[in-house]
Ligand binder design. Structure first.
Ligand code: DQA
Length: 139
């Protein structure tokens, strides 16, 4: 099984960015531990702060991966283009958010990803990525 993880803007700074909300671990650290838990899964990871690059990556993996885990970060709440890209590809996308976006500012309650995603995991910290992996395995 091949699973692609795509992270959007500012998630390259996890570990130092607002640790009270997003925790103390960098994504690279977390990704290493995730790979160790699932030896049989082939993971790839992509992060960008640029909207078009996230769309390009959805196109690049969206016809070959078995599952995509997407944290579009702030673009979740603004990007019609990323929402449309999910409709364009074959691979199912699970939307994840580290924080509970519904317990935060009103603008974080809107998502252009959710209507096009297979499912949504929010608010369990970095564990949302593992929970998304489990949901692909359970399929
Ligand atoms: C986030 C939530 C978004 O509202 C925010 O813009 C992020 C991170 C999360 O993982 O909790 O950058 O997607």
């Amino acid at each position: 099984m091949k699973i692609s993880i795509i992270n959007g803007p500012n998630l390259n700074l996890l570990g130092t960015r607002e640790p009270g909300i997003y925790g103390n671990h960098s994504f690279v650290e977390y990704f290493e531990s995730l790979k160790k838990q699932y030896h049989s899964i082939e993971f790839d990871y992509f992060q960008s702060n640029i909207e078009g690059e996230l769309i390009d990556q959805l196109h690049a993996v969206g016809f070959s991966s078995d599952g995509i885990i997407l944290n579009a970060a702030a673009y979740t709440h603004t990007s019609v283009g990323i929402g449309d890209a999910i409709k364009t590809i074959d691979t199912g996308v699970i939307e994840v958010h580290i924080s509970n976006t519904f317990a935060r500012e009103d603008f974080r309650h809107t998502s252009y990803i959710t209507p096009n995603a297979k499912g949504l995991m929010v608010g369990f910290g970095l564990d949302v990525y593992r929970l998304a992996v489990e949901s692909f395995l359970a399929k």
